[in-house]
Ligand binder design. Structure first.
Ligand code: CAA
Length: 241
């Protein structure tokens, strides 16, 4: 297990950073992807020793090139965490087609892109662990997020379909549906709106990124071979079903 290569998209900040660090601590050879913020990525690599690869997860050709480079430099990717995601919140009335496309392509298209790039290799090796980061808002919907809710809901369907295709080859595909976690993404929600959201969380607080990372580590473990197609909700009790 110590040498398994784990790729975490959006792995230098927020929930992704916590996942990268947790998997490294658990013995994986972690590789983080990031999309734009060079300064944060440089600091992340300096602090953690985890290499960071810059590419746009929404761009299929860029993913193909990056995965080939990672495999050549680090070894075959056996664990993939599709975590990269963005928000472009606005009510449908104010949402532009560009805001829709950006969120669908980055949050959902990326799952297709990266899974496609590692799929043949995982099938040949008869082992793979894929975790897709969905959202409570993909399960329950959220005012001002038709794009994000659709993309995240899509991730949950994608996960269940791909799990069936990978099962016989020893590849598990699962999702985590985080609730509101204390990252920059959530802190960007207007304070008055966020206050009302937190008031609806039974645990009474935002979640911590590490609490999502622990879930990922659980799902990707070598002895997790019978857990596939599942969605692990980690949301402080905000949405149960
Ligand atoms: N239900 C019903 N009505 C609502 C509502 C809700 N949940 N939220 C707002 N409204 C109403 C307001 O009361 C207001 O009505 P009035 O004009 O009658 O007063 C109207 O909608 C407009 O509200 P805003 O002033 O907030 O409108 P806005 O255009 O300035 O902003 C918004 C709209 C961008 C959607 C803003 O409300 C917002 O950012 N909401 C938070 C969205 C959110 O939760 N995003 C999550 C980001 S984090 C994340 O996504 C991570 C994850 O996976 C959990």
């Amino acid at each position: 297990m110590a040498s398994r290569v784990a790729l975490v998209t959006g792995g230098t900040r927020g929930i992704g950073r916590a996942i990268s660090e947790h998997l490294k601590k658990s013995g994986y050879k972690v590789v983080a992807n990031y999309g734009g913020n060079d300064e944060v990525a440089k600091k992340f690599t300096a602090e953690t020793g985890i290499p960071a690869y810059k590419f746009d997860v929404a761009d299929f050709a860029a993913c193909q090139a990056a995965v080939a480079k990672i495999v050549a430099e680090q070894g075959p990717i056996e664990v993939l965490v599709n975590n990269a995601g963005i928000t472009r919140d606005a009510t449908l009335k104010r949402q532009s087609r560009d805001m829709w496309d950006a969120v669908i392509d980055t949050n959902l298209g990326s799952c297709f892109n990266l899974c496609k790039c590692v799929w043949d290799s995982m099938n040949e090796r008869k082992f793979g662990r894929i975790v897709n980061i969905g959202s409570i808002n993909g399960q329950a919907g959220q005012y001002g997020q038709v794009n994000y809710a659709a993309a995240k809901s899509g991730i949950h369907g994608f996960t269940k379909a791909l799990a069936q295709e990978g099962a016989r080859a020893g590849i598990t595909v699962n999702a985590i549906a985080p609730g509101y976690i204390d990252t920059e993404m959530v802190q960007a929600v207007p304070a008055d709106v966020l206050q009302k959201i937190v008031a609806r969380i039974p645990v009474g607080r935002l979640g911590h990124a590490e609490e999502i990372a622990r879930g990922v580590a659980f799902l990707v473990a070598d002895d997790g071979g019978f857990i596939t197609g599942s969605t692990l909700s980690i949301n402080g009790g905000q949405h149960m079903y």
